[in-house]
Design a binder for this molecule. Structure first.
Ligand SMILES: Cc1cc2nc3c(=O)[nH]c(=O)nc-3n(C[C@H](O)[C@H](O)[C@H](O)COP(=O)(O)OP(=O)(O)OC[C@H]3O[C@@H](n4cnc5c(N)ncnc54)[C@H](O)[C@@H]3O)c2cc1C
Length: 463
C-alpha cells in the first residue's frame, strides 16, 4: 500500500464498487478502502432489493416500457421540482444502459415482487437481494485486480486547492497510514448514522430516529470534503425516511422492519388524531414521506390502525401487530386516550364514501368532510379484531452532499471543477434528490454516477 494508485475509492457499497470496476476496466490501478469489517461490507447497499432504470420495452423481468420522460415526470413530481433537471435527465438517460452494464458485472435479476409494491414495470429486482448483488460486484472487482481492504476507515483527507493528495487511514494496513492516489472517488454514503449530526438539524427529536441501515455511514468523508472546499448541495434535513416498526433496533434493521400498510388504515399520533392523507398516492411514490411525517409528530411516534379485513393484504410484518377486540381496548394497549381514538375512528368511518377498492390504482374510495382527507383506499375500520403498529421515523439516507457535474466530478465552492475528485452514490444524492423519493433511485444514483466516476477518474489519472 505504499505505492501510488491511479484511483482511490473510499466506501464499499454499490457506488464504490461500480466506480472501482469501471476504473479498473478503463485500465487504472484501483484501491478500495471500506471502513466496515468484511462481514458488514457494503453499507446500505446490503439492504437493497431493486433499482429503477428507464427502458423502452418490456424485458425478461420488467412488464412494460418505462420511458425516460415517464421516469423524469415521476422524479419531478416526488421531488416537487427540487432537483437539478439537467443532471437528473442525464442520469435517467444513462440508467438505460445500466440494466445491461450491471449484468455484465455479474449481477442477476429476478422477477419483481408483487403485493402492494406496484414496481413490476419500473424496478428491476436483484436475484438474492442487495447482498448477493454486492457479492457479485466484489467478485468481479477482485477478478479484475482491484485491491480491497476492510476495516479501513479513512479519517482525514489531504486536499490542496481543490486537488486530492492523500487519505489517512485510522490504522495501518500492510504499511503506511497515508495513501496517495492520482484521483479520488468518494463513495462513503451520507451522514444518517451520525446521530449528533442529525441532532444539529433536527434537535432532540433525532434521539427517537431509528437508522435503517449501516452504522458505518457517519458522514465523515462528506464532512471533510465540505470543510476542505467542496461545494455542498441539498438541505441537511432532507432525507429518505420511512415509517418503521417502533420496536426495530437502533441500526441496521433493514427492509423487514418497514411497514407497508399505511394505505390500508389510518395513522394517528400520540394525541390519537390523524395528521395526513394516508391515501395520497400509490405506494412507490409516497411511502418515503411517512418517516418525515412521523418525525414531525410529538414524541416522533405514530400508530397505524386497521381492522381484520386487511390483515393479510400487505406483506407480513417482522413484529406482530398489537391486537384488541375494541378500539377502546386498542387505545389502552397503545397508551392513547381511548375516547379520542374512538372519536377519530368513528369520524373517519362516517366520512368514508362508497367506492370500488383497488390498491393498484388511485381508486375512488375516499372520505368527504374530514381534515385531513383520505383521498384513496378509504374503507371503514369496523371489523374486529382491531390492530395497530407503533411506528417511528426510519432514516434510510440523508441528501446533503457534494455538488458534482456530469463527469461525477466534484465542484469546488467557487464553482470550479475539482482537479481530481469524484463522487458517487448517497454522498452526492442531493444533486438529484432535493427532497422526496421514488423507490429504487438510490441504486440508480450509485450505479450511474459510480460507473461514470470510475471511468472519469481513470481518464484523469492517465492525464
Ligand atoms: C433498508 C434499506 C433498503 C433499501 N432499499 C433500496 C432499494 O431497494 N433500492 C434502492 O435503490 N435503494 C435502496 N436503499 C437505499 C440504498 O441502500 C442506497 O441509496 C445505496 O445503497 C447507496 O449506495 P452507496 O454506495 O452510495 O452507499 P453505501 O452502500 O451505504 O456504502 C457506503 C460505504 O461507505 C463506507 N464508509 C463510510 N465512511 C467511511 C470512511 N470514513 N472510510 C471508509 N469507508 C467508509 C461504509 O462502510 C459503506 O460501505 C435502501 C436502504 C436501506 C437502508
Amino acid at each position: 500500500m505504499d505505492r501510488k494508485y491511479d484511483v482511490l475509492v473510499i466506501g464499499g457499497g454499490n457506488a464504490a464498487l461500480c466506480a472501482a470496476i469501471s476504473a479498473r476496466r478503463a485500465g487504472a490501478s484501483v484501491l478500495v478502502l471500506e471502513g466496515a469489517p468484511k462481514f458488514y461490507r457494503g453499507g446500505n447497499t446490503r439492504h437493497t432489493r431493486n433499482m429503477r432504470c428507464a427502458h423502452d420495452a418490456a424485458t425478461e423481468i420488467l412488464t412494460g416500457p418505462y420511458t425516460e420522460d415517464e421516469f423524469w415526470e415521476d422524479l419531478s413530481r416526488v421531488t416537487g421540482g427540487e432537483t437539478d433537471e439537467e443532471l437528473a435527465r442525464f442520469m435517467i438517460r444513462e440508467s438505460k444502459d445500466i440494466l445491461n452494464w450491471i449484468v455484465e458485472q455479474g449481477v442477476r435479476w429476478q422477477p419483481s415482487l408483487g403485493g402492494t409494491l406496484s414496481l413490476g414495470r419500473t424496478n428491476s429486482f436483484f436475484l438474492g437481494g442487495g447482498r448477493a448483488m454486492l457479492n457479485a460486484l466484489y467478485l468481479t472487482a477482485e477478478d479484475l485486480g482491484v485491491e480491497i481492504h476492510y476495516d479501513a476507515e479513512v479519517i482525514d483527507l489531504d486536499i490542496r486547492d481543490g486537488m486530492f493528495v492523500s487519505a489517512r487511514l485510522k490504522r495501518p494496513i500492510n504499511g503506511p497510514t497515508d495513501i496517495s492516489a492520482a484521483t479520488l472517488v468518494a463513495a462513503a454514503g451520507g451522514f444518517e448514522a451520525n446521530i449528533d449530526w442529525l441532532k444539529q438539524h433536527w434537535g432532540e427529536a433525532a434521539d427517537n430516529f431509528l437508522i435503517r441501515g449501516t452504522p458505518y455511514n457517519r458522514g465523515s468523508i462528506l464532512k471533510m470534503l465540505l470543510e476542505k472546499g467542496v461545494q455542498e448541495v441539498g438541505d441537511p434535513t432532507q432525507c429518505h425516511a420511512v415509517a418503521i416498526d417502533a420496536r426495530a433496533p437502533k441500526f441496521d434493521g433493514g427492509i423487514i422492519t418497514r411497514l407497508d400498510c399505511v394505505v390500508f388504515g389510518i395513522v394517528v399520533n400520540k394525541g390519537a388524531l390523524r395528521f395526513y392523507d394516508e391515501g395520497e398516492d400509490i405506494w412507490p411514490k409516497r411511502y418515503a414521506i411517512w418517516g418525515r411525517l412521523v418525525a414531525g409528530q410529538p414524541g416522533q411516534i405514530a400508530y397505524i390502525i386497521f381492522d381484520s379485513t386487511v390483515l393479510t393484504s400487505f406483506m407480513p410484518s417482522l413484529y406482530p401487530p398489537i391486537q384488541a377486540g375494541t378500539i377502546k381496548e386498542l387505545a389502552g394497549k397503545l397508551e392513547l386516550d381511548p375516547a379520542v381514538l374512538e372519536k377519530t375512528v368513528a369520524g373517519f368511518n362516517a366520512a368514508v364514501r362508497p367506492g370500488t377498492f383497488d390498491h393498484t390504482i388511485l381508486d375512488d374510495c375516499r372520505t368527504e368532510g374530514i381534515t385531513p382527507p383520505k383521498t384513496h383506499w378509504a374503507r371503514r375500520i369496523e371489523t374486529p379484531p382491531y390492530y395497530a403498529y407503533p411506528v417511528r421515523p426510519g432514516i434510510t439516507f440523508t441528501y446533503l452532499g457534494t455538488r458534482v457535474n456530469k463527469e461525477a466530478r466534484m465542484l469546488m465552492k467557487d464553482g470550479a471543477p475539482s482537479a481530481n475528485m469524484f463522487a458517487a452514490g448517497e454522498i452526492m444524492a442531493g444533486n438529484v434528490l432535493g427532497k422526496g423519493y421514488a423507490a429504487g433511485i438510490g441504486m440508480t444514483i450509485g450505479s450511474v454516477f459510480g460507473r461514470i466516476a470510475g471511468r472519469e477518474a481513470a481518464k484523469n489519472a492517465r492525464n
